[in-house]
Design a binder for this molecule. Structure first.
Ligand code: GLC
Length: 430
């Protein structure tokens, strides 16, 4: 086993080694571009040893913002044929080249943490310069992704919520017509073990949805109304609620009172609206299909982000804690991305079981904030153990603690530096 000091050095080396000049790639071979929420978590890792570089990571990300506030999930700064689908398949015709779907809006939260621990006026100025861009993105969600008017978030593609292959998407994605998908060659399965990756049928559906968006000219109005996959994603929703609260705090700190009022109204709406996602049979918040109105009725690691969003009644919180306890009995390392007692659980296949440090960090943050300190610490220590045992993988088998997916993974290394290492500062002591 590698010592914590050596691991910290290794983690820093991964961040600097995956730096492509102002932005990092999640992993040089499997994901050779800038990914949206990856960059934000990576910025927090950089903040533990190079604050200037932390800000740059987020600034570069926002250089890819569209005029209407939309933030793409990938920015293709340089061409690389190691990843499919590349920029030509997305066909968004933007400069810089980017994809046409978004990803969980974690930026506001990270910027608030960096702002509150700022060491210089220059850092505060960088936060103020980013603020209107983040606000524009949050307004985009409100305008295009809240079809029910409840302050929840519509996902138009399994990749938007960042949990690509979760069993939550199996039934709704089965409704997607794949008969017109153009022939294609995947690149992920030439880098990684097939047993860990989505199946061919999953990929056909992903591509059919990209094709739909491209043919709609990435008109997000049309996508919100007619896209064949329209799920309210519990993860995206909880993350946006949390991010709206952090953006509200930033608005107040920056003297933007009118914006703060607007955000307050949106937060109030969502705090009530989340009940649409509550599944009383299983005692959990779950994703729910806008088309069929069916709840996935599945407990995932994203369900536990309700703590991070600070939503739910006392009774809902208790029932979610019961699920957390149940899950922890079936898993050695918390938090598996999917319910280990469900028949669709697969300990090594993408988002159907493996444990992701970034989600675990957010779950632990929420648990700590609602006073569940012992659970928060268990989650942190479990992640520390997985990293000590296996190094910095994309994700981990929650039973064995072995690495799954890509190695030398940037956001996992960042989570060691920020949160999981024995001497990690955590967000308030950056
Ligand atoms: C996978 C993950 C997604 C992540 C990306 C890069 O697609 O599902 O959440 O952003 O890899 O790490």
């Amino acid at each position: 086993m590698t010592s914590p000091t050596e691991l910290t050095q290794e983690a820093r080396n991964i961040l600097t080694g995956n730096d492509r000049g102002g932005y990092t790639v999640p992993n040089g071979r499997v994901y050779p571009f800038q990914w949206n929420w990856d960059s934000v978590f990576v910025a927090l890792g950089f903040a533990t040893f190079d604050r200037d570089r932390a800000w740059t990571e987020i600034e570069t990300l926002f250089d890819g913002q569209w005029d209407d506030g939309f933030m793409p999930h990938i920015i293709f700064w340089k061409d690389d044929d190691g990843y499919f689908p590349g920029s030509a398949i997305w066909g968004t015709n933007k400069d810089p080249k980017s994809s046409g779907i978004t990803q969980p809006p974690v930026a506001a939260t990270a910027i608030r943490w960096l702002y509150e621990t700022a060491k210089t006026d220059d850092e505060k100025a960088r936060a103020s310069a980013l603020y209107p861009k983040v606000l524009a993105w949050h307004r985009w969600f409100h305008e295009y992704r809240d079809p029910l008017g409840k302050g929840l978030v519509l996902s138009s593609h399994p990749w938007e919520g960042g949990r690509d292959n979760s069993p939550e998407w199996d039934a709704p994605a089965a409704q997607v017509d794949v008969s017109r998908v153009d022939p294609y060659v995947r690149r992920d399965t030439s880098h990684l073990d097939q047993s860990m990756r989505p199946t061919k049928l999953d990929y056909d559906r992903y591509l059919a949805l990209v094709q739909f968006g491209r043919e709609a000219g990435w008109n997000h109005d049309v996508i919100a109304r007619e896209n064949p996959f329209r799920m309210i994603d519990v993860g995206l929703t909880m993350i946006l609620i949390r991010a709206n609260k952090d953006l509200y705090a930033l608005a107040k700190a920056l003297g933007r009172d009118k914006d703060a009022e607007e955000l307050r109204a949106r937060i109030d709406l969502s705090e009530d609206g989340v009940n649409w996602l509550w599944n009383d049979d299983i005692g959990s918040f779950c994703s729910r299909d806008v088309i069929s109105e069916k709840s996935s009725a599945m407990v995932t690691s994203a369900s536990f982000l309700a703590f991070y969003a600070g939503v739910g009644s006392d009774v809902q919180r208790q029932r979610q804690l019961e699920n957390l306890k149940r899950v922890s009995k079936a898993a050695t390392y918390m938090v598996p991305s999917f319910d280990p007692e469900h028949e669709a659980f697969d300990s090594i296949r993408y988002w159907r079981g493996p444990s992701w440090a970034i989600v675990n960090f957010m779950v632990a943050t929420g648990l700590r904030e609602v006073g569940e300190e012992a659970w928060a610490e268990k989650v942190r220590l479990d992640n520390q153990k997985m990293m000590e045992k296996s190094g910095f993988y994309e994700a981990y088998c929650p039973i064995e603690g072995s690495g799954t997916g890509g190695d030398d993974f940037t956001w996992t290394a960042a989570m060691w530096l920020l949160w999981a290492a024995p001497d990690a500062p955590g967000v308030s002591n950056l």
